[in-house]
Design a binder for this molecule. Structure first.
Ligand code: ZN
Length: 293
């Protein structure tokens, strides 16, 4: 869901809640004798200009509605107290919009958890796999205060990179953070849309990738190389996320050198910045596939 749709949904939800509240109140005014009597009194006090008694009637009506168990229906609370369901705080987009947009759209990955993993599947590499898994687990526990903001898992297919990435994504999501998980192919599709859109929906294509707490790009290197798009926007995303202290996890069949060649030195030196990057290269035999159901 793009931000525009998320804004509309938040505003519509509020409007629907108020419409429902109105309908229920109208029904109660007719069907509940206590409320209809109080309403009559209230109107009489309004005519007299007796504000105190008017307010007292209001309170009694509220008490009666509470008694009937319909308080939250007739007086629906805001879903987001920050923006009062208006989607904006001042002129700035409220965080609930971003959260809704991210949550509604990007949860297309398979959820896995560290408990499911079986390092023995990797034979002689079991130790390396387990060590990596433990490092990732402690990163999840420290998140968002983890020191290593870029995590790059490299190696041939079947070495459990995507599985580990989905364990990390799942663990961090379970803690209430926003996670966007997409393949490099899907990421480039968004970059292209961003690049070729010139209306107000433009920013919605890249914004979730920039704004989410954890971004996972799976299988970097499998996507198409579009001139002025793939390399440029990939750098932009990595760089922007580093500047705002956000964590990005990348899996790839490429080696560090190959990533440098494909995306350029500028990107590679940002991505593999020694102080901020946890990179692991799995060099398992190709045939050693991990079975994940
Ligand atoms: Zn809000």
């Amino acid at each position: 869901m793009d931000y525009k749709k998320a804004i509309r949904q938040i505003i519509d939800n509020r409007k629907n809640a108020l419409d429902r509240a109105y309908d229920v109140y109208q029904t109660l005014s007719l069907s509940d004798s206590k409320i209809s009597e109080l309403n009559r009194e209230k109107r009489a006090y309004a005519v007299k200009g007796d504000n105190e008694s008017y307010d007292r009637c209001e309170e009694q009506i509220k008490a009666r509605i509470k008694e009937l168990g319909l308080y939250a229906t007739v007086y629906p609370p805001y879903s987001c107290p920050l923006c009062k369901d208006s989607a904006f705080v001042g002129k700035k987009l409220c965080s609930c919009v971003k959260k809704l947009a991210i949550e509604s759209e990007e949860l297309t990955f398979n959820l896995h958890s560290f408990e499911e993993s079986d390092p023995n599947t990797f034979g002689e590499n079991a130790e390396l796999y387990l060590k990596t898994q433990n490092n990732l687990l402690s990163l999840c526990n420290r998140f968002p205060y983890n020191k290593m903001k870029n995590v790059v898992l490299m190696g041939k297919p079947g070495t459990g990179k995507t599985f580990l990435a989905s364990c990390v994504a799942n663990a961090i999501m379970q803690r209430g953070f926003s996670v966007v998980f997409l393949t490099a192919f899907e990421a480039v599709e968004r970059m292209l849309k961003y690049h070729t859109t010139f209306n107000e929906s433009k920013s919605s294509y890249l914004a979730p990738l920039l704004d989410c707490d954890l971004l996972v790009i799976d299988d970097l290197g499998s996507e198409s190389m579009f001139k002025n798009v793939t390399v440029e926007y990939f750098f932009h995303i990595v760089n922007e996320r580093m500047l705002s202290g956000k964590t990005t996890l990348i899996t790839s069949n490429l080696t560090i050198n190959e990533i440098g060649v494909r995306y350029g030195e500028r990107t590679a030196s940002r991505l593999f910045d020694k102080k901020l990057c946890y990179a692991k290269e799995f060099n398992f035999a190709d045939g050693r596939k991990m079975e994940i159901k």
